[in-house]
Design a protein around this ligand. Structure first.
Ligand code: ADP
Ligand code: MG
Length: 511
């Protein structure tokens, strides 16, 4: 454990340094004059909210995006990697989130192929198998992994595959190891195993940089933390200097005041819940949670990115199947194994990705609006064009969708109006419960206000609403109750009119 006694502030331990890194994408300053230092023998966490610039910084350090301005130094010498392969040759190894290994090749072949990136698989047959296996075993031994290197990679767990990816990334000359969200698909035991490996590499002197959205994991493994916000570096801290409340304040750019933890009792709607979930969860995505939604109630979901917000929405709507727990609608046990089941029970969901899962760009406003209703009715009860027109016009009117007509291609509408059309699509199914995942993302302030007002009016008319947004101020403003998630777990509930700070306080209370 000699490494843990190193004075980690010594600047002579800096291996990789960035000075004044700036990177612009059309219309976005993704990195603005960012300084960054990574030292030998440390695990350094890069933290920041979605869009803060974490991935861009990693890509600038590893030759994916050459910076527009600024310089990179490795061991005090300027470097200019123009590809990940060049960075790797310099000793900077990266494991990206998507592990791109071949499940049909052996463990050794995967490691070997990765260490000679330009040569390709064909050349594997010409090499000395015994030597390849010996080399692979030696690399895995460094990671404390004792597996049959001749076995097919696909036979192993995701965690082992990730170790193999790390082994492949680690050349013999590697000084720096960079991991972008390495734990997102691992369970607790697998995370513990990965962390044991990272600690061992750190204690061998490796400089390790990693990105995670899980606060507890970050505190478990890291020595130092750099926080980014809106493309700027907020600061560099030793872990002990940055308790959770300070970390979150740095990430979101607001102070958490001390008195913000107090509340009055919840004023929740009476009556039996419309939907009650007991212990529903899904391994690797969401720990079992209890949640109840009542008629006329807006339940907000508070949590940072990666807290399990979208996973919860997907489980309730049947897009993913829960592997535990029970569901009741109106006090009756039900199963929701698919969105069709959910729609039949009166649930509706506006997904997070408007462009991807939401609007159908090739269809008209009218066709987009009647889509879910038509799916609910089934194809044998086809809605006539006249009936479609009627429905579409009703929602264009009531939601104030700005379009030259219901036959316009929806692609012609602004983001806010597309979002309203999506809302209309689900309202047309006459749902009893609406799940809204980021209903106001990427739309202008005025459209945002209108959509929020519409949601509140619908709830007052008896709709149950689950409202998910990464804008915490929106969540606390609209919600009758806020369910707070952290690290894929429900950690509490806060009543109506709670402050944004109260939610952050709860999230920050890492035990
Ligand atoms: P993070 O990883 O912290 O979530 P990113 O580095 O991915 O953030 O993104 C920072 C900002 O740069 C965001 O506003 C994002 O939309 C923008 N951005 C990132 N990559 C690109 C790209 N290839 N083209 C355009 N904009 C991009
Ligand atoms: Mg990222």
């Amino acid at each position: 454990m000699a490494a843990s006694t190193i004075d980690r502030n010594r600047t002579d331990l800096v291996v990789l340094e960035a000075r004044g890194l700036t990177r612009r994408f059309t219309g976005v300053l993704a990195l603005s004059n960012v300084d960054f230092r990574l030292r030998a023998g440390e695990v350094h966490a890069l933290m920041g909210q979605n869009g803060a610039g974490k991935s861009t910084l990693i890509k600038a350090l590893t030759g994916v995006y050459p910076p527009d301005a600024g310089e990179l130094l490795l061991d005090g010498r300027a470097i200019h990697p123009r590809s990940p392969a060049e960075a790797q040759a310099l000793g900077i190894s990266t494991v990206y989130q998507e592990v791109n290994l071949c499940p049909n090749l052996s463990v050794a072949e995967n490691i070997y192929a990765g260490r000679h990136p330009r040569k390709g698989a064909a050349q594997l047959w010409r090499i000395d198998r015994a030597r390849m296996h010996r080399d692979a075993r030696a690399l895995l031994a460094r990671l404390n992994l004792d597996i049959d290197v001749g076995s097919l990679l696909g036979r192993h767990s995701v965690a082992v595959q990730q170790m193999v990816a790390i082994a492949r990334a680690l050349g013999t000359e590697s000084k720096v190891l960079i991991l972008d969200e390495p734990t997102s698909s691992l369970d607790e035991e697998e995370v513990a195993r990965l962390f044991a490996v990272l600690r061992q590499l750190r204690d061998q002197g490796m400089a390790i940089l990693f990105v995670t959205h899980f606060l507890e994991q970050m505190y478990a493994i890291s020595d130092r933390i750099t926080v980014l916000r809106n493309g700027r570096r907020v600061g560099e801290y030793l872990k002990a200097e940055l308790p959770p409340a300070a970390l979150i304040a740095a990430m979101v750019g607001r102070e958490l005041s001390a008195e913000a933890g107090r509340h009055e009792a919840a004023g929740v709607a009476d009556g039996p819940p419309l939907l009650a979930a007991g212990g529903i969860g899904r391994r690797g995505q969401l720990h079992p949670i209890d949640i109840a939604l009542r008629r006329g109630e807006v339940v907000g979901v508070g949590g940072l990115l990666g807290s399990g917000r979208t996973e919860l929405a997907r489980l309730l709507f049947g897009l993913d199947r829960s592997d535990s727990g029970t569901l009741q609608v109106d006090g009756q046990p039900v199963r929701i194994d698919s969105p069709i089941d959910a729609i039949r029970l009166g649930l509706a969901m506006c997904p997070e990705e408007r462009k991807h899962d939401g609007i159908v760009a090739e269809l008209s406003v009218r066709e987009n609006i009647v889509l879910a209703l038509q799916a609910r009715l089934g194809l044998r009860k086809f809605l006539s064009v006249g009936r479609q027109q009627e429905i579409a016009e009703r929602y264009v009117e009531s939601l104030g969708i700005k379009t030259a007509g219901t036959d316009m291609p929806i692609a012609f509408l602004s983001g806010g109006n597309q979002q309203k059309a999506l809302l209309a699509r689900w309202l047309a199914t006459d749902p009893r419960l609406m799940i809204l995942d980021e209903p106001t993302r990427g739309i202008d302030v005025a459209a945002k206000q209108e959509i929020m007002a519409e949601i509140l009016a619908l709830a007052r008319a008896g709709l149950a609403v689950l409202f998910i947004s990464s804008e915490m101020d929106e969540v606390v403003r609209i919600a009758d109750r806020v369910v707070v998630l952290r690290d894929r777990r429900k950690i509490g509930e806060l009543p109506a009119n709670c402050s944004e700070q109260a939610v952050y306080h709860l999230i920050a209370a890492v035990q």
